[in-house]
Design a protein. Structure first.
Length: 421
């Protein structure tokens, strides 16, 4: 057997996981600031949840979902996204009864059988928020603001990112728009790819998603969903834009933005970065006012977004480079062959760790000079321990960056005052 990972599923190695943890901390912090509480749905759900929720005809369900039977023949799926899971949990646990608005966020792996490329894996990680229970356009703006704030708190400049915004209206607007779009697309059939020609009859809005140049050209002059909105949806869209202006959030109205999942209604948005290349969506989301009811709950409007953590990592890494090795507080370097030394080193190591100082010792039997070089890359302080130190009950603690040293008692090294800096 060759030791290799499954295509599209990659390891995050320690050098990079340091950056992942920083981003995760920032996600928890920002979601907390906006009063979202964490939910952790399982990775496996009934396949039917996504077929109904995300849509049988979407690429995600139709082509990309990992579906398998359990031992009793129940059709299960590795979650391709988390919105349907969150809605399922919201209904199952009656979360609406604990307060009228449920503001939830999540972070974790998702699975889609896509063609792997830069920024696109088969196992990837999403962070996302879902606010269930209100139609207020201020909530749409809050969700967009949270997404933008998160990205700028990570030091990514908003100028290099584009917030694409559109409204695709409610379920009553959809047939009217679909008919207008299909009529237009039928006039341009010869310019569309084979897939899109089929889509015109099945789900014409998917044509607007197609990345092929010919289809994009046709999409660019297609009728706009935002021009086929009922009075309430038009007002809602206008208010969302007004709130975004109030918050000073720049956006670009993109009438070809329809998103690849069937549950959306009204507001849809995507934050894109040209630096990501073909997979340019850093995050995306929108309203889904019919989904809770579709999955068996009572009619509940909702809005949310999700972003790919790998894509965030790519951008932050490009900006900052990979971070250095994680810094350790202390490295203990036992020397000589006095049998007491290693026992004393192990004991002091334990005391340092118990007192809250991260510590490690030299296990590789390197020369003191070499061990000191390694310690200088890893730790703030080094302590050399030999029989002389044990006899005197004191050791020299060296601050590796400055070279300053102090003699400190071994008995109380962990709690001793006067560590050099
Ligand atoms: P989505 O657009 O399918 O939306 O995915 C959201 C984000 O996940 C994308 O913008 C991208 O950053 C990342 N992503 C998607 N697929 C991959 C992949 N194969 N590899 C790496 N990153 C990927 C949703 O999933 C909706 N549930 C978002 C939502 C939440 N809408 C309302 N609430």
């Amino acid at each position: 057997m060759r030791a290799e990972s499954v295509r599209g599923m990659r390891d995050v190695l320690p050098d990079e996981s340091q950056l992942w943890r920083r981003l995760e901390r920032e996600i928890h912090r920002t979601c907390g600031l906006y009063a979202y509480r964490e939910i952790r749905p399982p990775l496996v759900e009934l396949a039917e949840l996504f077929a109904r929720g995300v849509g049988e005809g979407t690429d995600i369900v139709h082509k990309e979902m990992y579906v398998f039977p359990d031992r009793k023949g129940l059709q299960l799926a590795l979650r391709p996204e988390a919105t349907a899971s969150v809605v399922r949990a919201y209904i199952e646990h009656g979360l609406h009864s604990r307060g009228d608005l449920a503001k939830l966020y999540y972070l974790g792996p998702m699975f889609r059988y896509e063609k792997p490329q830069r920024g696109r894996q088969r196992q990837f990680h999403q962070y996302g928020v879902e606010a269930l229970g209100s139609l207020d356009p201020a909530l749409d703006a809050e969700v967009i603001d949270l997404a933008a704030e998160l990205v700028s708190s990570l030091g990514l400049s908003r100028e290099r990112l584009t917030m694409r915004l559109n409204s695709i209206g409610c379920s009553a607007d959809r047939p009217v728009y679909r008919a207008a779009l299909a009529a237009y697309l039928r006039e341009h059939l010869e310019d569309l790819c084979t897939d899109c020609r089929r889509r015109v009859g099945e789900n014409p809005m998917r044509v607007l998603d197609c990345k092929r140049p010919g289809c994009r050209e046709v999409a660019a002059t297609a009728p706009h969903s935002a021009h086929h909105l009922c009075k309430d949806c038009a007002q809602h869209y206008g208010e969302v834009k007004a709130y975004l202006d109030t918050l000073g959030l720049a956006f670009h109205e993109d009438y070809t933005l329809v998103r690849g999942l069937d549950y959306y209604t009204r507001t849809v948005f995507e934050l894109c970065s040209a630096e990501l290349g073909a997979q340019d969506a850093l995050l995306g989301g929108g309203r889904y006012d019919d989904l809770v009811e579709l999955l068996g709950g009572s009619s509940t409007p909702a809005v949310g977004f999700a972003g790919g953590l790998e894509r965030l990592v790519l951008l932050v890494k490009e900006r900052e480079g990979t971070e250095s090795e994680e810094e350790l507080d202390v490295c203990l370097l036992p020397v000589g062959d006095d049998p007491r030394v290693r026992g004393a080193t192990v004991k002091i190591l334990r005391e340092l760790r118990s007192s809250g100082r991260s510590a490690d010792m030299e296990y590789m039997d390197r020369s003191l000079r070499k061990a000191m070089q390694v310690a200088a890359r890893r730790a703030q302080w080094a302590v050399v321990l030999g029989s002389t130190e044990l006899d005197q009950g004191q050791a020299t603690v060296r601050h590796l960056a400055s070279g300053r040293e102090s003699r400190l008692p071994l008995e109380s090294l962990a709690s001793a005052e006067g560590w050099p800096r």
